[in-house]
Design a binder for this molecule. Structure first.
Ligand code: PFF
Length: 462
């Protein structure tokens, strides 16, 4: 097989991988969970999980990628022929995620244009978002986002993905810090004379709320944190295997894993500092929602209360969200492209070209799932959803924990952790959290992933 091109070095790799990890999940789910799940208590639990579960999964994926030099399907086949099925299963996740990620990217583009063209008053109407997605014309925004993603992947790993990530990630970090600081300076006086400040909002975010804590609630918070972590780090979906396969052998993977963890968690934490005090000051935290509701309905109301500054913040916030979504979307398409190039022995440009046409059509269909192709389905976890939610459920709630479970068993008991350690110590360094890794991958991950899987399929709570 032809030598693949890859990242130029550690920085390029870390920015690209962190670009994949930092996405809408950091912006619209993490702050919501923190507000709902006891503020500082959630933060502490999440941090512990990042350093244990997150570290284990990220290390596993990246080391598998670099050691085999292949994407998911052939990586698992190279390790053990019989386990190729796990590679195929892993490959299914980006295939499904790609059907809807550009749709969300399109929504963000729409909101950038709202703030560029007007004061943002239009977005204050609670029906603005639902009216927009249920109009077939919304499809054009998603198509534009898909085209942008395709163009970058078409240009290759170093000239496309790395170059874009190296520009986007530092800018994104600056924007998050800037808006977070601004958020802390906010202040409002309510009708009854009470003053609400951003710093009070920060205290709500950081203080562990232990009132009414029971074992059941504690476990619920831990499960919330776990499923967030999973999605957030882009693990168990083959993306980090593909990115790992592009890393040169002299790059220190220990450092890279820590830096990716730090960036992803740092942005999620700062997204909370950006959003929670602002929502607290202008509307109280009671009505804070997750997902599209937070980003496209609650926040525009908050921005509007800020007057002219709100319009600027609106532009900045949605631009940063678009950046975050773009680097994630790129990683999903890249992972599919890489697998297909290996499967069909085809060139990058041709492969990206064909995949782009296919996904432009699929993106359009999913975007039209709120209008022309409207369906309403009850999912096994009790929620109802449209086409986009179905794809999201199968990939994130069902396949990802299942894959993590199987890959932990495979690495822990079939290949053995030393196989991973060897790759982590390749350039003379020490595999710093080796003991922790061994215990996690063999004993803790299989148990924890089984619980997560049962919970998301709805079997645990019945
Ligand atoms: N990690 C991204 C986030 O937190 O939003 C989401 C994501 C990116 C999920 C890429 C899946 C994926 F393939």
């Amino acid at each position: 097989m032809k030598q693949k091109n890859g990242f130029s070095g550690q920085i390029g790799f870390v920015f690209a991988a962190a670009g994949s990890a930092v996405g809408v999940g950091n912006l619209w789910r993490f702050p919501y969970l923190a507000a709902k799940d006891g503020g500082g208590l959630f933060l502490i639990i999440y941090l512990v999980l990042v350093l244990t579960v997150g570290f284990t999964l990220l290390t596993t994926d990246i080391a598998i990628g670099r050691k085999t030099g292949k994407s998911a399907i052939y990586a698992y086949e190279a390790m053990r022929k019989k386990w190729k099925f796990l590679g195929v299963l892993t490959f299914l996740v980006p295939i499904l995620i790609m059907t809807y990620y550009a749709v969300i990217g399109g929504w963000i583009l729409k909101y950038i244009t709202i703030y560029l063209l007007g004061s943002g008053e239009q977005a204050v109407d609670s029906n603005c978002f639902s009216n927009f997605i249920s109009a077939p014309s919304s499809v054009w925004y998603s198509i534009a986002f898909m085209l942008l993603t395709s163009f970058i992947v078409y240009n290759g790993v170093e000239k496309g993905i790395e170059r874009v990530s190296k520009f986007i990630m530092p800018v994104l970090l600056l924007m998050v810090v800037g808006i977070a600081v601004f958020s802390l300076t906010l202040k409002t006086t309510l009708e009854d004379g009470t003053v609400r400040t951003g710093l009070q909002g920060l205290a709500v975010y950081l203080t562990p709320d232990l009132s009414g804590i029971t074992l059941e609630r504690f476990l619920q918070i831990a499960l919330d944190a776990m499923s967030q972590l999973f999605f957030s780090l882009s693990v168990s979906m083959g993306i980090m295997i593909t990115y790992g396969s592009y890393v040169k052998k002299d790059v220190d993977l220990n450092k890279s894993v820590s830096q990716i963890e730090l960036m992803d968690t740092g942005v999620a934490f700062l997204a909370g500092v950006m959003i929670i005090p602002a929502v607290f000051v202008f509307s109280g935290l009671e009505g804070m929602s997750a997902g599209p509701g937070l980003m496209f309905v609650s926040l525009p109301k908050v921005f509007f209360c800020m007057g002219f500054a709100g319009r600027m913040i609106g532009i900045l916030f949605f631009t940063l969200a678009a950046f975050a979504a773009l680097t994630s979307c790129i990683s999903v398409l890249e992972s599919i492209t890489a697998n297909c190039m290996e499967l069909f022995h085809s060139e990058r440009k041709k492969t990206t070209g064909i995949l782009s046409v296919v996904y432009l059509i699929v993106t359009a269909v999913i975007a039209l799932g709120y209008s022309v192709f409207y369906v309403e389905v009850k999912l096994p976890n009790g929620s109802t959803g449209q086409l986009l939610d179905i794809m999201d459920y199968i990939s994130n709630s069902f396949l990802m924990p299942f894959i993590a479970l199987l890959s932990s068993i495979f690495i822990g008991w079939v290949m053995k952790p030393a196989w991973i350690a060897e790759e982590m110590e390749l350039n003379g360094g020490k595999f710093r959290r080796k003991k922790l890794y061994n215990v996690m991958i063999r004993y803790i991950m299989p148990v924890v992933m089984t619980i997560l899987f049962l919970q998301s399929t709805g079997l645990l709570s019945q």
